[in-house]
Ligand binder design. Structure first.
Ligand SMILES: [Zn+2]
Length: 256
């Protein structure tokens, strides 16, 4: 282990030990990524829609949607099959990238704007051949992309038969607003609602929708807005269900 790796490991061990002691009155949750059990950290930021209660695992820094994606990925792609699989990861979340990269036979991180990725790639026009990837992760991206329909087409094209893509977007309204006000603070091309995923049916052979309410609350895949930053789409008891669609390309199953 290098010095910086040792320092990082020591910091994580300290957080794992101290957090449950300092916040002992808070509810305990379980992280599906790093197996930490204890209170999670609140996320506080002045940006709209970004502040949430009990959002972050203090041990691995994963947020709700990272853990939810990790769960779906673990269900569909067991660790034993990953050395034979190829994964394309758009806008990679560090807490996922660090763990996924060494597990897959081929792992490519991509982004149109970031420099700390393997390839600068426009999701609407990708430099990859047809049927190139078993799995594509592209979370919280499409609602910022002009012509996101072309992006869906491209993702389907480069996906292998039998492969799948996780393409979640935030749930902002009860019904998708595809013409947001120019001056909207959210700066999205489209402000999605649950019906946004109906569109995916037009581009993929099958779309299976996973909802956070299908999972134990202890895993905290749901979103908990603060009073200061309520979400436009209201749900009971401050629990805002998250939805992740699994979009499949027909063909032999991944492990068959
Ligand atoms: Zn964790």
């Amino acid at each position: 282990m290098s010095r910086s790796e040792l320092a990082r490991a020591a910091k994580i061990a300290l957080k794992r030990t101290l957090y449950p002691l300092v916040f002992r009155s808070r509810r305990k949750y379980r992280c599906v990524i790093c197996a930490y059990v204890g209170p999670f950290a609140h996320k506080q930021t002045p940006k709209p829609l970004r502040s949430r209660l009990n959002a972050k695992c203090p041990s691995c820094s994963s947020m709700e949607r990272h853990r939810f994606q990790w769960q779906i990925l673990s269900d569909l792609s067991p660790a034993s099959s990953r050395p034979q699989q190829t994964l394309l990861h758009f806008a990679p979340e560090p807490s996922l990238e660090d763990r996924l990269r060494p597990q897959f036979g081929e792992y490519i991180s991509a982004d149109l704007f970031r420099s700390n990725v393997d390839q600068r790639v426009d999701v609407r026009d990708m430099p990859f051949s047809d049927d190139a990837f078993d799995i594509i992760l592209c979370s919280m991206v499409l609602h910022y992309v002009d012509d996101y329909k072309r992006a869906l087409q491209e993702i389907y094209r480069v996906l292998k038969p039998g492969g799948f893509a996780l393409l979640p977007v935030p749930m902002i309204h009860e019904k998708t607003n595809d013409a947001p006000a120019q001056n909207s603070a959210l700066r999205m091309v489209v402000e999605p609602g649950p019906d946004f995923y109906d569109l995916y049916d037009e581009y993929f052979d099958e779309v299976r929708v996973s909802v956070s309410t299908d999972y134990d609350d202890d895993l905290h895949f749901f979103l908990e807005p603060t009073d200061a930053h309520p979400f436009p789409l209201k749900l009971a008891e401050q629990k805002h269900a998250d939805i992740i669609p699994v979009s499949l390309k027909a063909g032999a199953t991944l492990d068959g």
